[in-house]
Design a protein around this ligand. Structure first.
Ligand SMILES: C[S@@+](CC[C@H](N)C(=O)[O-])C[C@H]1O[C@@H](n2cnc3c(N)ncnc32)[C@H](O)[C@@H]1O
Length: 254
């Protein structure tokens, strides 16, 4: 695994993204203004490291079929969305990506990113999750991925929004759902996060937004070098809380 310190300067679409962050930072408040270039480098590297952590710990398995429908909730200035979108393309995954961001200026900035040279495709929905307009989709049971960085939504709030974003035929039984939340590098546990975010226990069947699910529970992935007492993880490294569910079908009581 390449660690942040070894990554060097971003290149290709990530370099164009970094330049765009710095260009619009004053008007839109995307980064700390104190040392914006260093902040951009640190955040891009943090997201790239977190992608490797997710890929090895859960991601490769979730997208083993080669396709994923992905919603990044609260995308802000595009972290982790833009970085993960580039890295997913690099893994050869077919991605239908949606960045969900209610603040108008930030949604405008995200639309600009989609037009950068070499940018991989994504669409932007300028609304809170659970609201807004999404395109029609046909029957599909490819996996659905959610990512959240610096936005706290409960499991029910995330799964409940599927009703609006993914029409019934495309929420087919058997489909897998993976939810990835950025977390501190230490000081959190899967049990604590599961309680806080109301994640059903592994094996439990539950209903949400008119759909039934089976939970596979949640796991905390610690950043490299941080599996034990917290020593060695890079400055600004992120841990990830990953949960997984399977769609059982329309919920009779939903
Ligand atoms: C702290 S920012 C994080 C932005 C980005 N993910 C990052 O880490 O740099 C949280 C973002 O979530 C957005 N947001 C707040 N409530 C939301 C909701 N219910 N659904 C989607 N986005 C939301 C805010 O507008 C804001 O841009």
């Amino acid at each position: 695994m390449t660690r942040a310190a070894d990554r060097g300067a971003p290149s290709g679409p990530l370099a164009a993204y970094r330049a765009e962050l710095l260009r619009w930072n004053r008007q839109i408040n995307l980064l700390s203004r104190r040392d914006a270039p260093a902040a951009a480098d640190q955040l891009i590297a943090q997201c790239a490291d977190a992608f490797d952590l997710w890929w090895g710990g859960a991601g490769a398995e979730l997208v083993a079929g080669g396709k994923v429908r992905w919603f990044d909730l609260g995308s802000g200035g595009g972290l982790p969305a833009f970085v993960w979108r580039v890295l997913l393309a690099g893994r050869g995954v077919e991605v239908e990506a949606t960045l969900v961001e209610p603040r108008t200026k930030r949604a405008w900035f995200l639309e600009r990113l989609a037009r950068l040279p070499g940018a991989p495709g994504f669409r932007v929905v300028a609304a809170r999750w659970g609201e807004g307009a999404y395109p029609e989709a046909g029957a599909d049971n490819s996996p659905i991925l959610f990512t959240l960085k610096a936005l706290r939504l409960s499991e029910a709030a995330i799964l409940g929004g599927l009703e609006v974003a993914v029409p019934a035929a495309a929420r087919a039984p058997g489909g897998d759902i993976g939810i990835v939340r950025f977390q501190p590098a230490e000081g959190v546990t899967a049990a604590g996060l599961s309680a806080e975010l109301e994640v059903p226990a592994a094996g439990e069947a539950f209903a949400c937004g008119g759909l039934g699910f089976r939970s596979f529970g949640g796991r905390y992935l610690a950043p490299a070098g941080n599996a034990g007492a917290g020593a060695g993880a890079g400055a600004g490294a992120a841990g990830l809380f990953v949960t997984r569910h399977q769609i059982l079908g329309a919920d009779a009581q939903g």
